[in-house]
Design a protein around this ligand. Structure first.
Ligand code: C2E
Ligand code: CA
Ligand code: CA
Length: 861
C-alpha cells in the first residue's frame, strides 16, 4: 500500500527541522525587539535631557531678566536721588512746583518708566511728596504699599554716605512689585552742602503687572513669564521673588524640544518595528514551509519495513471499524479483496464473491459498474449510486467510490444509503402530497400545471382545470366527528382518482377542495360527461360504520388557452366558476364565462350598498297572510324583507340574504326585521301572530336569545304571537347547540316552526327531538303536484306526521284553487300562497286587518 506509507514518516524528525528554523527566527525576533526597546529608551532619555537643559537655560535667563530689571531701577533711582537739585527741592524743602508741575521728578516717571509709585519720605519718616500712577496724591508710602517701609528706609539711609541705593521685591495685594529706594544726597553738585539732617529717601515702585512680566520675559527669550498659580508652585520652571518667595513666584513655559522629538521619533520607531515584525513573519512562514517541504521529502525517504507494518494494521482497523465495506478488483473487474464488513452489511459470503465479477453484484442507474469505471472523464472523487439484492432478496442501495490502482484494477468503498435514499424519497413525496389522502398537494399542482402550460395547450388540445368543492361536507365533520370526515375525504379522493386517466392529476388543495387537471378532453361535451361522472361518483352513499353519509360536489371549469394561459389566472377562473355553480344550487358544474368576474364585482357592490341600506332605512317589510285552511280565517302573517334600492328598485331577499349571511350583515339585518315585525304586529288585532325568518348563521352567534328578548320587550308584544321560522340546516350544522338555543327561545314564550320542510335531510328525528310547534311544507311539493301523484301522497304523509307529533302543518305556495282543495282534503292546518294573498306592504296589510295606528311607527317600514 504505497499511498498509506506517507503518513508514517517519522514525526520527530519533521518537528525538529521545522522547529529549528522557527527557533532561530524567534531568537532573531527577540534580538530585534531588544534593539527597538533600547532605541526607544535612548530616544526618551535624550528628549528628557534636552528638555532639562532647556529648562535650566530658561531659568538662567529669567533670573537674568529680573536682575537686569532690578539693576535698571537701581540706576534710575540713583540718577534722581544723588542729585543736587533733588536735594534742594525735595529734601531741604519740598517744592511741588519744581518737582511735579515742571516735571523734574514727576509724572514722567510713570509715563516713561512705568513706575506706579514715587514717594519722598522726609527725616521724620513722613511722606512729603507722592506721585501715584502719574498723579499727585496726598498718600502715605507705607499705606500705599500696604506694609511698613521701616526696613527699606533704614537700608537706603545706610547707603547715603557711599551713595548706594537699595531694592526689595514685595507683594502688593497679590501682585509682586519691585521697590527701589535711595537716600537723597547732593551727589556731585559742589554748590550744595549736606545739612546734617537725617536724609530724606526717594522711593520708586514698579508693580510687575502681567503685561510687564510678559514683556520682560520676551526681552530675554523666556516665554509666558507670569505669576505662578498655586498649582504651578512646584514646577521646575519657577523663580521666587523676595525673601523665601514672599513677593511671589514667577513661572514661565520653557521650550520642550525633547517632547517634540519624542512626538516625531517614537511613532517612527514603532513603525519601523512593525515593518520588521511583518517581514520576520513573512520570512518565518516561507522558511517554515520550505522546512516542512524539506522534512516531507526527507521523511518519505525514511519509510521502513516497520512503518509499513504499522500502516497496514491501521488500515485494517479503520476498514473494519467503518460501516462501509472495502473492495478491490483486478483488471478483469473481479473481486480480489472484500473487507469483513461486506458480510455484515450485505449478508453475502465473502468467499463466494471473491473471484466473481463486480458487475454481477452491483448495477448503477445507467448501466454496469465496469462501464462507469471505464468512463475516461470520470473524476476519482465522484461516487455512484448502485443497487444490489441482499440475502433476504431485498433491493438495497449503496454508494460506491473508486480509485485506480497502480498495478491495474480498482479499489474503493461502498456505503449503504438505502435508508437515506428512502427517507429522502419520502420527504420529497410528503412535500408534494397531502398527508391525509396521499393526493398531490398545492405545490405539486403548481409544478404540474406549470409543466403542462409550458407545453402550450391549444384550442384543439386544451388544458382543462376543474375546481371541486364538496357540498354538505361540514355537517359530516360536525355531526360524525373528524375521523368520519377524514374517511369521507379519503373515499372521495379515491373516487375522483378513479374517474381520471393516467397522466392527469387530482390534487387536494384545501379542506374539501380539489383541483383536477386534464389534458385529454377535446370538446365541451367530453368535459361535461366527465363532470357528470364525477358528481355521480361522489354522490354515491358512503358507508361509515352503521351510517350512510351523502355528500355531493360542485364543479367550476376553466380551460387553457381559451380562458387563460397562466396558472394563477386559471385557478382563479376555475374558482369563480365553482362559486357560480355553488350559487346556482350546488351539485352541478359551470364553465367559466367572462361575465362571471363581473358578477362577482357586482356582488361586492351589492354588499357595500347593503351595508349602507341597513343603516339608512332602505329595508322594507312585507307581510304575507297565513290562513286556516278549514275555514279560511287569517291567523297571522309572515314577515318578508325587501330592499328598496335607490337605483334598482325593490330587490327580493333571494338576491341579498346570501350576501348578508356571507358578510355577517345578517345580524343587523335580522335585528331590524325582528324589531320591525314586532312593532307592527303589536298593532294588529290580537288573534294574529307574526312569523319571522331566521338565518342559520344567526344560530351560531351567541346573542340570538338576547336579541329576540329585546325585540319582544321593546315592542311589548305578547311572545305567544311571535313565531320564528328556521330551516333544517340549523340542526345539521350543530345539533346540540341548536337544541339548547331552541329551548331557551321557547322559554321566552315564542313559537318555532321548521321552514322549507322536505328540501333538506327531512330527518324525522329532528322533528321529534327538537321543540317545534309547527312545520311548513316547502312550496316545491305543491309546484310539482301537477306532474306527479307521488307528491300528493307525500303531502298527505307529512300532514299525517305533523299531526301525530302535534305540530301545526302549513303548506306554502298555494297558487291555485286545486292546491287549496287538495290541502283541504288532506286536512292540512294552515296555508299561504299567491292564490290566497301575495305579500303586502305594511300599509296594505294594516288596512286589510284593520290595525290600530300609532303615530310614528310607520316610519320604520
Ligand atoms: P321562505 O321563507 O320560503 O319565504 C317564502 C317565499 O315564498 C317568499 O319569497 C314568498 O314571497 C314566496 N311565496 C309565497 N307564496 C308563494 C306562491 O304562491 N308561489 C311562489 N312561487 N312563491 C310564493 P321571498 O319574499 O322572495 O323570500 C324568499 C326567501 O328569502 C324566503 O323564503 C326566506 O328564506 C328568505 N327571507 C325573506 N325574508 C327574510 C328575512 O327577514 N330573514 C331571513 N333570514 N330570510 C328571509
Ligand atoms: Ca319562511
Ligand atoms: Ca319557506
Amino acid at each position: 500500500m504505497p499511498n498509506t506509507t506517507r503518513t508514517t514518516s517519522s514525526p520527530s524528525s519533521s518537528r525538529s527541522s521545522v522547529a529549528l528554523t522557527r527557533a532561530s527566527l524567534f531568537k532573531f525576533l527577540w534580538l530585534l525587539v531588544g534593539v527597538f526597546f533600547l532605541a526607544s529608551y535612548l530616544l526618551v532619555y535624550l528628549a528628557n535631557d534636552l528638555d532639562r537643559t532647556e529648562e535650566a537655560e530658561s531659568a538662567f535667563y529669567t533670573r537674568k531678566a529680573v536682575q537686569s530689571l532690578e539693576k535698571s531701577l537701581l540706576s534710575t533711582v540713583k540718577d534722581y536721588a544723588f542729585w543736587g537739585d533733588t536735594y534742594r527741592q525735595l529734601h531741604t524743602q519740598v517744592d511741588i512746583d519744581w518737582a511735579y508741575v515742571r516735571q523734574n521728578v514727576g509724572p514722567t516717571l510713570f509715563t516713561d518708566f512705568g513706575f506706579e509709585g514715587m514717594f519722598v519720605v522726609n527725616d521724620s519718616n513722613r511722606t512729603v511728596y507722592a506721585v501715584v500712577k502719574g498723579e499727585l496724591k496726598p498718600v502715605d508710602a507705607s499705606q500705599w504699599l500696604k506694609q511698613s517701609t521701616g526696613a527699606i528706609l533704614e537700608r537706603a539711609r545706610a547707603g547715603a554716605e557711599a551713595e548706594i541705593p537699595t531694592s526689595a521685591f514685595i507683594n502688593i495685594g497679590g501682585v509682586p512689585a519691585l521697590v527701589v529706594a535711595a537716600a537723597i544726597t547732593p551727589g556731585t553738585d559742589p554748590t550744595v552742602l549736606r545739612d546734617g539732617r537725617v536724609p530724606s529717601v526717594l522711593i520708586f515702585v514698579d508693580i510687575l503687572e502681567p503685561a510687564k512680566l510678559e514683556a520682560l520675559g520676551q526681552d530675554y527669550g523666556v516665554d509666558d513669564l507670569r505669576v505662578a498659580t498655586p498649582d504651578e508652585l512646584y514646577d521646575p520652571s519657577v523663580f521666587s521673588l523676595g525673601e523665601n518667595g514672599s513677593a511671589g513666584t514667577l513661572h514661565w513655559s520653557p521650550p520642550e524640544p525633547g517632547q517634540r522629538l519624542l512626538g516625531l521619533g517614537l511613532p517612527l520607531v514603532g513603525f519601523a518595528a512593525l515593518l520588521v515584525c511583518l517581514m520576520t513573519w513573512v520570512i518565518l512562514r516561507r522558511t517554515t514551509a520550505s522546512a516542512q517541504a524539506l522534512d516531507a521529502s526527507y521523511a518519505s525517504l525514511q519509510h521502513s519495513q516497520m512503518a509499513l507494518a504499522i500502516s497496514e494494521a491501521r488500515f485494517r482497523d479503520v476498514v473494519e471499524a467503518s460501516s462501509d465495506w472495502v473492495w478491490e478488483i483486478d483488471a478483469d473487474w473481479r473481486f480480489i479483496y472484500l473487507s469483513e464488513r461486506f458480510e455484515d452489511v450485505t449478508g453475502l459470503s465473502r468467499d463466494l464473491w471473491i473471484g466473481a465479477a463486480m458487475d454481477d453484484l452491483l448495477r448503477t442507474e445507467l448501466g454496469t459498474v465496469s462501464q462507469w469505471l471505464s468512463i475516461p472523464s470520470r473524476r476519482p472523487n465522484i461516487s455512484v449510486q448502485c443497487r444490489y439484492v441482499d440475502t433476504k432478496g431485498q433491493e438495497r442501495i449503496t454508494r460506491v467510490s473508486a480509485r485506480k490502482m497502480a498495478g491495474g484494477g480498482f479499489r474503493g468503498t461502498a456505503t449503504d444509503v438505502t435508508e437515506e435514499v428512502e427517507a429522502r424519497r419520502r420527504i420529497e413525496f410528503l412535500s408534494q402530497h397531502d398527508a391525509l389522502t396521499g393526493l398531490p398537494n398545492r405545490t405539486r399542482l403548481q409544478e404540474f400545471l406549470d409543466g403542462k402550460l409550458k407545453a402550450s395547450p391549444t384550442v384543439e388540445h386544451p388544458l382543462v382545470m376543474l375546481s371541486l368543492d364538496l357540498d354538505r361536507f361540514k355537517p359530516v365533520n360536525d355531526l360524525l366527528g373528524h375521523a368520519a370526515g377524514d374517511f369521507v375525504l379519503n373515499e372521495v379522493s379515491n373516487r375522483l382518482a378513479e374517474c381520471i386517466r393516467h397522466g392527469d392529476l387530482v390534487a387536494r388543495i384545501g379542506g374539501d377542495e380539489f383541483v383536477l387537471i386534464l389534458t385529454d378532453l377535446r370538446s365541451q361535451e367530453e368535459v361535461e360527461t366527465l363532470c357528470r361522472r364525477l358528481i355521480e361518483s361522489v354522490e354515491r352513499p358512503i358507508q361509515i360504520d352503521e351510517q350512510q353519509v351523502f355528500v355531493s360536489t360542485s364543479i367550476g371549469i376553466a380551460m387553457a388557452p381559451n380562458d387563460a394561459s397562466e396558472a394563477s389566472e386559471l385557478l382563479r377562473y376555475a374558482d369563480i366558476a365553482l362559486y357560480e355553480s355553488k350559487s346556482s344550487g350546488r351539485n352541478t358544474w359551470r364553465f367559466y364565462a367572462g361575465d362571471m368576474n363581473a358578477k362577482i364585482i357586482e356582488r361586492r357592490r351589492l354588499e357595500r350598498d347593503l351595508r349602507f341600506a341597513i343603516k339608512h332605512n332602505e329595508l322594507r317589510l312585507h307581510f304575507q297572510p297565513r290562513f286556516r285552511i278549514a275555514d279560511g280565517q287569517m291567523v297571522g302573517a309572515e314577515a318578508l324583507v325587501r330592499w328598496q334600492h335607490p337605483e334598482r328598485g325593490l330587490i327580493a331577499p333571494d338576491t341579498f340574504i346570501s350576501i348578508a349571511e356571507e358578510t355577517g350583515l345578517i345580524i343587523s339585518l335580522s335585528n331590524w326585521v325582528i324589531e320591525t315585525a314586532c312593532h307592527h304586529a303589536v298593532l294588529w288585532p290580537e288573534h294574529l301572530f307574526v312569523s319571522v325568518n331566521l338565518s342559520p348563521s344567526e344560530f351560531k352567534r351567541g346573542n340570538l336569545i338576547q336579541r329576540v328578548q329585546t325585540a319582544l320587550h321593546d315592542s311589548g308584544i305578547d311572545p305567544a304571537r311571535v313565531e320564528l321560522e328556521i330551516t333544517e340546516s340549523v340542526m345539521l350544522e350543530d345539533a346540540t347547540g341548536a337544541l339548547e338555543v331552541m329551548h331557551r327561545l321557547k322559554r321566552l314564550g315564542v313559537r318555532i316552526a321548521m321552514d322549507d320542510f322536505g328540501t333538506g335531510y327531512s330527518s324525522l328525528s329532528y322533528l321529534r327531538t327538537f321543540p317545534f310547534d309547527g312545520l311548513k311544507i316547502d312550496r316545491s311539493f305543491l309546484n310539482r303536484l301537477a306532474e306527479s301523484d307521488d307528491d300528493k301522497s307525500i303531502i298527505q304523509a307529512i300532514v299525517g306526521l305533523g299531526q301525530a307529533l302535534s305540530l301545526t302543518v302549513t303548506a306554502e305556495g298555494i297558487e291555485t284553487a286545486e292546491h287549496l282543495n287538495l290541502l283541504k282534503a288532506v286536512a292540512c292546518d294552515e296555508g299561504q300562497g299567491y292564490f290566497l294573498s301575495r305579500p303586502l306592504d305594511n300599509e296594505a296589510f294594516s288596512t286589510l286587518v284593520g290595525a290600530r295606528t300609532v303615530a310614528g311607527t310607520d316610519s320604520k317600514v
